[in-house]
Ligand binder design. Sequence first.
Ligand code: GUN
Length: 290
Amino acid sequence: MQLLDGKKTSEEIQLEIAAEVQKRKSAGLKIPHLAAVLVGNDGASQTYVGSKVRTCEKLGLKSSLFEYPAEITESELLSVIKKLNEDIEIDGYIVQLPLPKHINEEKIITAINPLKDVDGFHPENVGKMCIGLPSFLPATPFGIMKLLEKYKIETDGKHCVILGRSNIVGTPMSVLLSRKSYPGNCTVTMAHSRTKNIPELCKTADIIIAALGIPGFVKADMIKKGAVVIDVGITRVEDSTKKNGYRIEGDVDFHSVASLCSYITPVPGGVGPMTICGLLLNTLKAAENK
Ligand code: GUN
């Protein structure tokens, strides 16, 4: 079994991003600028956005954080989006999800200028991704593709079972892995809450992408020997022995599963750090596209 080390791979890609930013600076070009919109005070969202902003600063990109209380109205948030679309200083931005229940996420995402949509969530970017046109790829699937590429994981003709059908991970992952290019050419099965016989299905998989948000869902008896297992889960589980009161758990029961795999991502240190790379690669591209 070999670990797919997202932390190390992410650091390698971050060096490349920093070099690219430096090259732009030396050439007198604009420094890429990422903005993030954070609504409410969800602890996990604050952590993710904070980490995105800090990584920008570390790599020499500019970043701005716009924070609003959970009570912001939909029309006020739409005005924020309009301002960000018009701000020529900002190359790309994200609106951290989930948003409070009274705000229609679809309406907000659709209002983002597709050219600044570095999350790749706008219908125009999703559509382009589906038919293989250049677009911003959603950060987590983009990061997973980079990880598969870096470790030269064979994907051609492999059976890939994707657990979860979210717009952020499961659905785009199914599109990308069935594309006619590397990493891709997989036969993809997407499984979800209504799928029958998930354990038997997983047992036939050469590659499993677990993105359900259910800690420890994937167990040893669901794994074919030699499978590649990618764990996207990052659920906070209460733990009084930890200083912050919680620990992070993936969707895979790592301890029972790892020895059966050819490759597996750890949690933390697997997919998480690769997501930031995906986002920053998109931001660089947004600046270059200008
Ligand atoms: N919430 C969970 N993952 C993501 C992501 O990749 N982007 C945004 N904007 N929100 C998220």
